[in-house]
Write a protein that binds this ligand. Structure first.
Ligand SMILES: *[C@@H]1O[C@H](CO)[C@@H](O)[C@H](O)[C@H]1NC(C)=O
Ligand SMILES: *[C@@H]1O[C@H](CO)[C@@H](O)[C@H](O)[C@H]1NC(C)=O
Ligand SMILES: *[C@@H]1O[C@H](CO)[C@@H](O)[C@H](O)[C@H]1NC(C)=O
Ligand SMILES: *[C@@H]1O[C@H](CO)[C@@H](O)[C@H](O)[C@H]1NC(C)=O
Ligand SMILES: *[C@@H]1O[C@H](CO)[C@@H](O)[C@H](O)[C@H]1NC(C)=O
Ligand SMILES: *[C@@H]1O[C@H](CO)[C@@H](O)[C@H](O)[C@H]1NC(C)=O
Length: 497
């Protein structure tokens, strides 16, 4: 279904006055203190929330994707828990977005290959000769004149999946097979945008590097391969909500924000990705309600992150200049309990990955480094590549930071020396899969990171003195170009050690 350009329809459903009469907020509370808030965070509460999230996923066949009953139950639970404290003003931002789910199979000359489907991919059945596309299929010139009527075989990387599929469609391909540029299957992925100006999407399947290479080898030695793709897809508009909870405590012109996405991919319950992030900030928000803060603290639970950072983008682009200016900084937490974890802090100062956040992002990075130093535990660095909900904040000129524990990237020997675990194995082998349940959580990393969230939130709730408040449009525009060119092609954690 094609989405209308005016698809965004905001309804700001503020919590009714009746829900807020049990306002237990009192300015007589003690000022929050990092070590105190850290000690309030318990593994037991984190796991209790995680079990609830798993139950919610059961309402919709094992997923908490936006647009499902599982997602709605997640938001409802967060809302009720936060309302009970009486400490927050709660807003829901509800809007429709294209819900997309499907599956693809791929076979060639009678051999079936394990294949994945990409979000926004169309349904269809095609059988055609397979043609190898030059380079990584990110440029119209990569598509030879033999493409019309064929299935385009394209190597992953350099640009996002959606651009490859659209360029192939524009060149006349009837289907696309994208093969991995790192060992193993692709395990899900998204075209990022429901439609593209570059061309129409065609039925697409993702396969492993080894399978793609084998077919590529046959083609380069002059062999012919007849491929067939069968894609099933459901693409329809569905409503869901961002939830924003702002403390009544603190200066409402100086807002410290922490956010995580509260949806999962359709393929699984999303307990690490990114249930863990939203559970971490939920528990910090609940414990914070015992204290007074100097700054207001706002927690954002984003919808439809997995569909291309939709909820956080809607939120940031909906802010007026004055509302944007009030946000002092944004902290992002997405996947903080990967089973084969590393402890990666976003590279706010650009020293590791050459993408530097707005001024103040360097200070935020240091705040998380200070936390790990304080617990005498090693930390690493993650690229500020825009692969999570902090992206829209960076391009909105807002200083940002955060941490994650890695996704489908592969852990190195050096990292095992730092954090234990298994070298040569993904940080999260269940990334975007049905097995991302309670058993997929590294409980020790979960607790360590939730306490890290508490440390950063408490630190900034007390003082934002080292965070510049001026916005720099030049820096924001440069980031927009850097993040765009990286989207979809980079590893989730993109780790430098
Ligand atoms: C539920 O999930 C299973 C496994 O992921 C899938 O095979 C089945 O088709 C799904 N059912 C519905 C109604 O979506
Ligand atoms: C989820 O909530 C939205 C927004 O309130 C609503 O429009 C939608 O019907 C709900 N979906 C389900 C599956 O309950
Ligand atoms: C596409 O390739 C052409 C020819 O090599 C080159 O001139 C052009 O800059 C490329 N475009 C992009 C967007 O990379
Ligand atoms: C695949 O099947 C086609 C059509 O039957 C045939 O021409 C081609 O040689 C086969 N390729 C291989 C590698 O077996
Ligand atoms: C860092 O990025 C800038 C462009 O933003 C580029 O000019 C520079 O060469 C890069 N430096 C390194 C070391 O990659
Ligand atoms: C914005 O940042 C750029 C690059 O760091 C800097 O050269 C420029 O002076 C800044 N502009 C303002 C208005 O601070």
């Amino acid at each position: 279904m094609k989405i209308a350009s005016s698809f965004v329809l905001w309804t700001l459903a503020c919590a009714s006055a009746a829900q807020q009469v049990s306002n237990s907020y009192s300015s007589k509370k003690r000022l929050v203190e990092p070590q105190q808030l850290i000690s309030d965070i318990s593994k037991r509460n984190l796991l209790d929330h995680a079990k609830k999230f798993v139950d919610f996923s059961k309402l919709s066949n094992g997923t908490r994707a936006f647009g499902t009953a599982g997602y709605n139950a997640t938001i409802d639970y967060i809302r009720k828990e936060l309302l009970k404290t009486g400490y927050y003003n709660i807003e829901l931002q509800t809007f429709p977005f294209l819900y997309s789910t499907g599956s693809s199979t791929f076979s060639s000359n009678g051999t079936n290959y394990p294949a994945n489907w990409f979000t926004y991919g169309p349904a269809g059945d095609v059988e055609a000769p397979v043609i190898h596309i030059n380079n990584q299929g990110c440029n119209v010139t990569d598509y030879p004149t033999t493409v019309p009527g064929s299935i385009a075989l394209i190597l992953r990387g350099s640009c996002d999946f959606g651009l490859k599929a659209a360029l192939a469609g524009a060149a006349g391909a009837v289907g696309v097979v994208i093969f991995n540029n790192v060992a193993g299957p692709i395990n899900g992925g998204t075209f990022n945008l429901p439609t593209r100006p570059e061309g129409p999407y065609v039925p697409t399947a993702g396969i492993s590097d080894a399978d793609g290479q084998a077919i590529s080898d046959i083609l380069s030695s002059g062999g012919e391969v007849i491929g067939s793709i069968h894609s099933e897809a459901l693409n329809e508009n569905r409503y869901s909500s961002n939830l924003l909870a702002t403390s009544k405590s603190g200066n409402q012109n100086n807002i410290v924000m922490a956010g995580a996405h509260s949806d999962s991919v359709p393929a699984g319950p999303g307990i690490n990705d990114n249930g863990s992030g939203s559970i971490g900030i939920l528990e910090v928000a609940l414990q914070l309600s015992k204290y007074e803060t100097k700054q207001a603290v706002r927690f954002g639970f984003w919808t439809a992150e997995e569909s291309g950072l939709v909820g956080s983008s809607q939120y940031v682009t909906s802010l007026t200049t004055a509302q944007n200016q009030k946000i002092a900084l944004y902290l992002n937490f997405d996947m903080i309990a990967s089973p084969n974890y590393g402890h990666f802090i976003y590279d706010g100062d650009g020293s590791q990955f050459n993408i530097t956040g707005p001024a103040g992002s360097d200070k935020i990075e240091k705040t998380f480094q200070d936390y790990f130093k304080s617990i005498k535990y090693p930390s690493g660095s993650a690229a500020f590549n825009g692969r999570s909900d902090y992206g829209p904040f960076l391009t909105g000129g807002i200083p940002a930071g955060g941490m994650n524990t890695g996704a489908e990237g592969i852990k190195t020997e050096e990292q095992v020396a730092l954090w234990g675990g298994q070298a040569g194995v993904a940080y999260d082998k269940c990334y975007h899969q049905a097995c991302d349940g309670i058993d997929n959580l590294a409980v020790d990393a979960f607790e360590r990171n939730a306490k890290g969230i508490a440390y950063a939130v408490a630190t900034y709730a007390r003082s934002i003195d080292n965070i510049p408040r001026a916005r720099n449009a030049t820096v924001a525009a440069k980031l927009a170009s850097q993040l765009d060119s990286n989207s979809g092609s980079c590893d989730h954690a993109a780790v430098a050690m």
